[in-house]
Write a protein that binds this ligand. Structure first.
Ligand code: PHE
Length: 445
């Protein structure tokens, strides 16, 4: 059987499609708002440059050399203790866990595309009530759109790397970039752009506590899709001889630029028409629709294309969250791709229903522990615990376990003298920073 591989540009688009997701447009602006802007953005940017980029190369390298699902890749590449290292590959299960709430949020976005066509809330208050009503009492609507997200994602993954995932990204990524650029250019013409710019780039160091620091590092991982094998699994289908370093650079560049552009655009709209930046997870679903309302009929149009862009970003990431498990089921258990895709989909679909129930007024007490509901628990466990842990394991694997000469032989041609800097950062800076993050989570520091 001929194995389908990404084209060069197809790989970059798909990996960037994985990285650019709800993390960039939904999460980044609201956590920037919560942690006070500039100083937080600076820590995030430094983390991306110093740790994110190094690890992106490392994760691509494991996939590129392993050529299989994550478990098999770790197992075949490890020079010793293969049976132990293969467990590192199970980090890919984090993707299915993330999907349980990711699919629900994509569902909310579908719902907002449809309702924004005809109706926008006339005030932030009304927007809050609308969002709350959907979240806390409208089980049927959430289930309907979550089902739709499940069917679309599983179908695309079942079509495979070439005619499913690559094709999806070929269309949706350019569309996403076009929409965001258009909205950004419009934001540039508004008076409040300067204010948004100052909020995002003037650092207020008094706001930067250790919690903000850990959140910035954790987010850098989440937004770059690092630490769970999504990038690794895609890299297994890279053309032989591809330039890993320039691909990694493109993905990091696109992800970071899109986060900054989306953030600037959102904050400009919020200052101009709405209520300011600190609205929490509802920022995109509460403040933005109210801001669009102020724009008149043009607002409906903007709202629909904005939520479509958000859906595009979400879908291209969603397929990359499922693919590692699907590849694992194919490579290790001999399932057909179709079966593997629907079995994996079924898992996140069913748990996703529980995630919806954990927000519904009548049922939430059964799904809440320690003040956090299932939704928050899964978000916390994956983004704050599993991804940094996965990143730590990868940096140790490439930095200490793989023979240096093998790593160097693959990468030196693309890096020249920078190889030593990269290797140093992978061996010392990345593990150290990730270790601190994990200690902090455990409450030790
Ligand atoms: N990077 C995606 C986002 O920003 C989420 C994601 C995380 C995707 C991990 C794949 C793996 O939304």
């Amino acid at each position: 059987m001929k194995i389908a591989r990404f084209s060069r540009i197809g790989f970059i688009l798909a990996a960037a499609g994985s990285a650019v997701g709800l993390g960039n447009i939904w999460k980044f602006p609201y956590i920037t708002g919560e942690y006070g802007g500039g100083a937080f953005v600076l820590v995030y940017l430094i983390t991306v440059a110093l740790i994110g980029f190094s690890l992106m190369i490392a994760e691509m390298l494991i996939g590129y050399k392993g050529r299989k699902d994550t478990v098999t890749s770790f197992e075949t590449l490890a020079p010793r203790h293969k049976n132990l290292w293969k467990y590192a590959g199970f980090q890919s299960l984090a993707g299915l866990l993330i999907m349980t709430f990711y699919s629900v949020v994509i569902g909310w976005i579908f719902n907002y595309i449809v309702t924004s066509l005809t109706h926008l809330p006339s005030s932030v208050k009304e927007a809050e009530v609308t969002f709350g009503a959907m979240l806390h009492s409208d089980f049927a609507t959430q289930l309907f759109y979550h089902t739709l997200a499940f069917v679309i994602v599983s179908y695309i993954v079942s079509r495979g790397i070439k005619s499913g995932i690559e094709k999806l990204n070929d269309y949706l990524m350019p569309a996403l970039i076009l929409i965001l650029t258009g909205m950004f250019l419009y934001a540039l013409t508004l008076d409040s752009f300067g204010k948004a710019f100052a909020f995002m780039f003037a650092p207020d160091w008094s706001k930067l506590n250790s919690e903000a620091f850990v959140a910035a590092v954790g987010h850098a991982f989440f937004t770059l899709s690092l630490g769970m094998g999504a990038i690794m699994t895609y890299a297994a289908s890279m053309e032989k001889g591809s330039n890993i370093v320039s691909s990694a650079l493109w993905v990091v560049f696109l992800d970071t630029t899109i986060a900054l552009v989306a953030g600037l655009m959102l904050f400009t709209f919020l200052y101009q028409y709405g209520s300011g930046p600190d609205k929490g997870p509802g920022l995109v679903f509460i403040s933005m629709p109210a801001a669009f309302y102020e724009m008149g009929t043009l607002g409906n149009f903007f709202a629909v294309i904005f939520f479509s862009a958000l859906a595009f970003a979400g879908l291209t990431s969603a397929v990359s969250l499922v693919e590692p498990t699907v590849q694992y089921l194919i490579d290790r258990f001999g399932l057909t791709r179709t079966k593997a895709a629907w079995v994996s989909g079924f898992f996140f679909y069913v748990v996703g229903i529980l995630v919806i129930l954990s927000n519904i007024e009548m049922t939430k007490e059964y799904f809440t522990w320690d003040g956090k509901n299932l939704f928050d628990w899964i978000d916390f466990l994956t983004a704050a615990v599993m991804l940094p842990l996965g990143g730590l394991v990868m940096s140790i694997f490439v930095g200490y376990i793989l023979p240096k000469n093998e790593v160097e032989a693959t990468l030196r041609p693309f890096m020249k003298g920078y190889f030593n800097i990269w290797y140093f950062s992978l061996r010392y800076i990345a593990p150290f920073a990730l270790f601190i993050v994990i200690l902090n989570l455990l409450g030790v520091v």
